[in-house]
Design a protein around this ligand. Structure first.
Ligand SMILES: NC(=O)c1ccc[n+]([C@@H]2O[C@H](COP(=O)([O-])OP(=O)(O)OC[C@H]3O[C@@H](n4cnc5c(N)ncnc54)[C@H](O)[C@@H]3O)[C@@H](O)[C@H]2O)c1
Length: 349
């Protein structure tokens, strides 16, 4: 099989490329990535010389580059597309929403159209399978109880989640209208190696390394359901191979933590005290709680998370400790400008 993975230089994408190359020794992977501030060639140094790995620098919303690959002109026929390319940071979507629509919405449409056009078989059906890697954030925010199921109505609240919801609806439309076999996965928050240090867990870990305060939004009681990135990769692999066309699969770790619990855990593991906690003004429109019911993917595709949070988080902290050169490389990337988070004078509690 030859698969097109988009966004393969990012956090989840790079873990997925490694996972697929290791798990399927007869697969070839084409990685299409724009190499934005969030895409790091360092993430895939280990596979650069693998003859089953091909890299193309380009944007998913560019029909020329996408059609060149999906038509088979560039590398021969492809059998599937897994779309992870995205602008993925909620804070950036608040300060600059336009690029989120361009990449996440327009880009998805270009990929779907190319796959539809080039994948259609004269005998009916399609040669190219498609997985859209989406997020639980499309469901909006939960109160103190309840879980997101695949039937929960979409109620995206941030420009990021709205752009991901729009992309999901395009996948639904290509299935409903054209019968194109798109599958959507909606996963909760991921953690693990190779995550950009602008995201909560690596930001807090790496700030602790240099005794810099960690910015906690609002009261620190927003809840996320954390899943190890390798468990997410296994779920995507299953969704690609066994997922039913037109279906949505929720993926979650059944592992709810408040941001403050995560903060305290990271500080404790790195031998730091509460003086490093800095409460900052809450994110605009901050969703309070996400929690996933992943019964469907467990029952229908046989997926189960392998990593426990307790071991996964300690391994992740250890990974950042031993990969300082990676850290230096990604934060010194020329087009990386940290998002400015507003700071309050609230006292540490
Ligand atoms: N990180 C999470 O916790 C999480 C959870 C659920 C779903 N997701 C989804 O998984 C996917 C990957 O997330 P991530 O955390 O790895 O993101 P990331 O920001 O680490 O990586 C995104 C990658 O996409 C590339 N990219 C950006 N714009 C592009 C464009 N126009 N064309 C081609 N490539 C482009 C970047 O260069 C980068 O390599 C996203 O679609 C995201 O919405 C992420």
């Amino acid at each position: 099989m030859q698969l097109l993975i988009t966004g393969g230089l990012g956090f989840i994408g790079s873990n997925l490329v490694r996972y697929l190359l290791n798990t399927h020794p007869d697969y070839t992977i084409i990685n299409l990535d724009a190499v934005t501030y969030a895409g790091h060639p360092e993430n895939l140094f280990a596979v650069t010389n693998n003859p089953r790995y091909k890299f193309v620098k380009g944007r998913i919303e560019d029909p020329n580059v996408v059609n060149d690959i999906v038509s088979g002109k560039r590398f021969g026929a492809i059998d599937g597309i897994i779309n992870l390319a995205a602008e993925s940071h909620v804070d950036r979507s608040i300060s600059d929403p336009a690029v989120f629509v361009q990449t996440n919405v327009m880009g998805t449409q270009v990929l779907l159209e190319a796959a539809y056009k080039h994948g259609k078989l004269p005998t009916g059906g399609f040669r190219i399978k498609y997985v859209q890697v989406s997020t639980d954030e499309v469901y909006g925010s939960l109160g103190p109880t309840g879980l997101f199921t695949e039937e929960t109505p979409l109620a995206a609240n941030s420009p990021y989640s709205a752009s991901k919801a729009a992309a999901d609806l395009l996948c639904r439309a290509y299935f409903h209208t054209f019968g194109f076999p798109a599958v959507i996965t909606r996963c909760s928050n991921n953690y693990g190696p190779y995550q950009h240090p602008e995201k909560l867990i690596p930001l807090f870990i790496t700030n602790c390394f240099v005794n810099k305060q960690v910015p906690v939004y609002g009261d620190g009681l927003n809840v996320r359901d954390w899943l190890h990135v390798e468990d997410h990769c296994r779920a995507i692999d299953l969704a690609f191979h066994k997922g039913q066309a037109g279906e949505v699969y929720n993926i979650g770790g059944n592992n709810e933590r408040t941001n403050m619990q995560i903060t305290q855990l990271v500080l404790k593991e790195l031998g730091k005290g509460p003086e490093l906690i800095k409460y900052v003004e809450d994110r605009l429109g901050h969703d309070r709680r996400y929690a996933i019911d992943s019964t469907k993917i467990q029952n229908e595709l046989g997926w189960k998370p392998i990593h426990t949070f307790e071991t996964g988080i300690y391994q992740t902290i250890a990974w950042y400790k031993t990969n300082q050169s990676w850290l230096n490389a990604v934060t010194k990337q020329p087009d990386f400008a940290p998002v400015v988070v507003p700071v309050t004078t609230a006292t540490v509690v």
